[in-house]
Design a protein around this ligand. Structure first.
Ligand SMILES: Nc1ncnc2c1ncn2[C@@H]1O[C@H](COP(=O)(O)OP(=O)(O)OP(=O)(O)O)[C@@H](O)[C@H]1O
Length: 585
């Protein structure tokens, strides 16, 4: 499976830079508030140190009281400023997150269908749900805590060094141990977390597929196989989770040590310094208080360090969607223009590298012509339909529709000009009116009713309890598959594109309805270029020309009568269909 890309370091740095620039005032205010509150936090131990010195030197009660009062005021002010710093940081995080979510959705909507299909829906779904949730926790809660802890840690270390550099050198033990352990862990944990997120995406894909195909699974009694696929996917994910736990178990003891050892070292060095007359008892008390004050931010950082690794992996996946090439290049990039109609030149295409399924197809369909494509199963008819509709991009060659290279259009333009209708028709969980309008909101109810009439679904719609307002889809009024097809055709009538590709779009309606439908459509689609991938051979009779596709090539092209007269594959297919009195493809 070709997973969607992950963001690299450059993309993450750009994202961080843009996030800060976009909300720089709040970001600046947050940093200033954190600096203030941490600065005040550093005054506390200094005041306490002075208090110890004052008591030791026998200063008066007035001075001791004053120092005590200053200490209380400092604590109070620090708490208040910290609260407002956290508030600003959370708001900043919310803004970053909401922008990231919005651009994620925008990128997803620009992805070519073929990219999503190649990656599997599970990958995209897990990025849109689990990964965004993980990011939410990291950005909204983790970022403020980590900023506060880092600022506190750095300023406390600076204050310690300024107060008594010799005594503060005891902290070096902790710094060395922490840096070494974290670097060791960080080098190993990144790939493991990526594997974990990828494996859970696979679990999501299996679940999604099982739910989607529930009816087929039930009717073919595939339950045990699906359970097995699910178990396999879950056990892969568990194996990666186990690797992660094993790494953590090795990291935690050294981090615990890195947290306790420095205080012991500071006390030890402090005792020597006191003996050598390098530091007074008050200074020692201040430095030990600083050392102890470091334990809380270190704890905080340790806790969030893990979350940040997960958040960073989720961020790589969420931003990575933006690295996938969007559908449609800039208009006019290729400069290819060949008048109206559909023109394919030496088009080659492969789903998988090295397995070409369309081998250098040339085809010209005149504007307003109706071309029917027939051929054996697996010959490449649907692939041709996807290429003409711009859903798949050729490996080489050009596909010009309506005068422009199809892949040069933005998805919005392509949707207005070329519509591909397949046999999969999704009915959305909303009213019939909304289902038909989707993006064509300028239409009135009369237009909608007319479209329903054209596709022969007006009778069905008239019988609905709330008319056009009846809610359909999952949990709503049931829609038989044949009606779903008619609704999809009605959407095309309303969308009014100049080129239409019907890929077995009427295969679910019975023969009589299909003929009726195709007649109505022929009237509705008059003047447009229509490419029909035919499921039933009779569709070829109403066509201007017929193309026979075999093994990824167009082997015959002409009118129905010409092809019958030439006695080739089409004539054989036709004879077979007539002999069985059936209408196979
Ligand atoms: N998503 C895909 N990934 C890989 N190979 C594919 C994919 N879709 C189709 N193929 C392969 O491409 C070839 C052409 O398939 P295509 O669906 O275009 O044929 P078709 O003529 O429309 O067949 P049918 O009438 O059965 O739908 C076949 O060999 C098929 O197995």
């Amino acid at each position: 499976m070709n997973r969607l890309p992950q963001a690299d370091g450059g993309m993450i740095r750009r994202w961080a830079g843009e996030s800060v620039r976009r909300d720089r005032h709040r970001f600046g205010a947050t940093i200033v508030l954190y600096l203030l509150t941490t600065g005040l936090g550093l005054v506390g131990p200094q005041v306490l140190g002075a208090l110890v010195d004052a008591v030791e030197s026998g200063a008066g009660a007035g001075r001791v009281d004053l120092l005590g009062a200053v200490f209380l005021v400092v604590l109070l002010a620090q708490a208040l400023i910290m609260r407002s710093a956290r508030d600003q940081a959370t708001r900043f995080g919310q803004a970053v997150l909401s922008h990231t979510r919005e651009s994620f959705v925008a990128h997803v909507l620009r992805l070519p269908v073929s990219t999503v299909e190649a990656a599997g829906t599970g990958d995209l779904l897990s990025r849109a749900t689990t990964d965004v949730d993980r990011l939410d926790d990291t950005v909204r809660n983790g970022a403020p805590e980590v900023t506060a802890a880092t600022v506190t840690l750095v300023l406390t270390a600076v204050a310690m060094i300024v107060t008594a550099p010799v005594v503060a050198s005891g902290m070096l033990v902790g710094v060395v141990l922490t840096v070494a352990s974290v670097r060791w862990y960080q080098r190993r944990v990144g790939p493991v977390l990526r594997d974990i997120l990828g494996a859970w995406a696979d679990v999501g894909a299996v679940t999604h597929e099982t739910v989607e195909g529930a009816r087929t699974i039930s009717s073919l009694r595939l339950r045990d196989r699906r359970v097995h696929s699910n178990d396999t996917a879950v056990s892969h994910a568990e194996a990666h989770e186990h690797r992660h736990r094993a790494l953590l178990i090795r990291l935690l003891p050294s981090m615990e040590l890195a947290y306790v050892l420095p205080i012991a070292a500071v006390l030890l060095v402090g005792a020597f310094a006191y003996d050598a007359g390098l530091a007074g008892i008050g200074t020692l008390a201040t430095v030990v208080l600083y050392a102890q004050a470091m334990s809380s931010p270190i704890d905080e950082l340790l806790m969030w360090f893990e979350e940040f690794q997960v958040g960073a992996s989720a961020l790589r996946r969420v931003l990575g969607v933006g690295a996938a090439p969007a559908a449609g290049r800039t208009i006019g990039e290729s400069g290819a223009s060949d008048g109206d109609g559909v023109h394919l030149r030496d088009v080659r295409f492969s789903y998988r590298e090295g397995v070409e399924v369309v081998h250098g197809v040339d085809l010209d369909v005149a504007r307003g012509e109706r071309l029917v494509v027939v051929g054996p199963s697996g010959a490449g008819k649907s692939t041709l339909a996807r290429l003409v509709a711009g859903i798949s991009t050729p490996d080489s060659g050009s596909v010009v529709v309506g005068g422009t290279e199809i892949t040069d259009r933005t998805p919005e333009q392509a949707r207005r000009e070329v519509v591909l209708l397949t046999q999969e028709h999704h009915v959305f969980a909303c009213s019939l009116r909304e289902n038909l309008l989707l993006t064509e909101w300028e239409h009135t109810d009369d237009d909608v009713l007319e479209a329903l009439r054209i596709v022969g679904a007006l009778g069905w719609a008239d019988a609905l309890p709330d008319g056009l307002g009846t809610v359909l889809g999952s949990g709503g009024h049931p829609v038989p598959p044949a009606v779903a097809q008619q609704l999809a055709l009605a959407r095309v009538v309303l969308a009014d594109p100049h080129t239409i590709v019907l890929d077995e779009a009427t295969s679910l309606v019975d023969n009589a309805t299909s003929r009726g439908l195709e007649h109505s459509l022929a009237a509705a689609l008059h003047g447009r270029t229509v490419l029909v991938i035919a499921h039933r051979l009779h569709a070829a009779r109403g066509a201007d020309r017929v193309a026979v596709v075999e093994d990824g090539r167009i082997t015959e092209l002409g009118t129905h009568h010409d092809l019958i007269a030439s006695g080739g594959s089409y004539a054989r297919l036709h004879r077979r269909a007539s002999a069985t009195a059936d209408t196979p493809r």
